[in-house]
Ligand binder design. Structure first.
Ligand SMILES: Nc1nc2c(c(=O)[nH]1)N[C@@H](CN(C=O)c1ccc(C(=O)N[C@@H](CCC(=O)O)C(=O)O)cc1)CN2
Ligand SMILES: NCC(=O)N[C@@H]1O[C@H](COP(=O)([O-])[O-])[C@@H](O)[C@H]1O
Length: 248
């Protein structure tokens, strides 16, 4: 079934946070404006690591995608007295500037604060950056306006719900399987809540794994292929919720 989308409606806007190679970002770039992700545009790629190859993927995309780098250590260095929570609000500020319909965490290796999620949900306004009297407080009228419509935040995580929360989940899962502690592994895209990797799954998929096989040469490539499928499917699902095709 071909989805006819009125050409005068603006495309759906996707912002992506990364920290590394960006193969999941590449999957989104390749899927944009195809039936897998129709009438969609990536409007920002932000990394917390300067050397993230994903920034190059964005800059060399056709057309090039705007990029930004915002690292925690340099932020704290350049803003004496600032906190990690202030850093998260600075990241939120960059995201709000591009008015995304969805925010995708694709290999973003930084745990975001409750304050960050509140801003995305529209439950809190951004205070003028680090304004002493408003540091951390909800500035409301002095600060920038709250988002008028919640920006869903989704994350891809290389484990099944409740299995291996946190960093290095793919490696930890693989080793646990080889030790016989688990009998199935997989990957999920979930909504992001304060509790790491505990947000509601949007899509989860098992990934084939075999005793005695190699992590780098066998399991990891299989995991990535599955990730590239479900990050596109989940992003489309969420965009269809936010901007149903009929409204596009
Ligand atoms: N509040 C949330 N923030 C994030 C979530 C989430 O579910 N809730 N998902 C992560 C992605 N992720 C797992 O999918 C993950 C990423 C990073 C870490 C972590 O321990 N990060 C350390 C730093 C590690 C490093 O720099 O290498 C940290 O943030 O201090 C855990 C889970 C994205 N954010
Ligand atoms: N906990 C979060 C996490 O571990 N995310 C994982 O980081 C990798 C990023 O790859 P990429 O930079 O090639 O997209 C992916 O495997 C993703 O699942």
């Amino acid at each position: 079934m071909v989805t006819k989308i009125a050409t005068d409606t603006p495309p759906s806007r996707i912002a992506v946070l990364i920290s590394g190679s960006g193969t999941n970002l590449q999957a989104l770039i390749n899927a944009c404006n195809t039936p897998r992700l129709p009438h969609a545009q990536i409007v920002l790629v932000l990394s917390n690591r300067k050397a993230a190859y994903g920034l190059t993927r964005a800059a060399t995309a056709n057309p090039p995608i705007p990029t930004a780098y915002l690292g925690l250590p340099p932020f704290l260095r350049d803003n004496p007295g600032a906190t990690r929570a202030d850093y998260d609000l600075a990241v939120a500020r960059e995201v709000l500037k591009v008015r995304p319909d969805v925010l995708v965490l694709a290999g973003w290796m930084h745990i975001v604060s409750e304050g960050f999620l509140e801003v995305m949900q529209g439950g809190r306004a951004l205070s003028p950056l680090l304004s002493p009297e408003n540091k951390g407080e909800d500035a409301g009228e002095q600060g920038e306006p709250r988002v008028t419509r919640e920006i869903p935040v989704i994350n891809i995580h290389p484990a099944l719900p409740g299995q291996f929360d946190g960093a290095n989940a793919m490696e930890r899962g693989f080793e646990a399987f080889q030790r016989g502690e688990v009998d199935r592994l997989g990957v999920m895209v979930h909504r992001v809540i304060a509790e790491v990797d505990r947000g509601a799954p949007i899509i989860m998929r098992e990934v084939e794994v075999h005793k005695g096989e190699d992590l780098k040469n066998d399991y990891e490539p299989r995991m990535h292929r599955t990730e590239w499928d479900i990050i596109v499917e989940a992003t489309k699902l969420v965009l269809d919720e936010v901007r149903p095709i009929s409204n596009r």
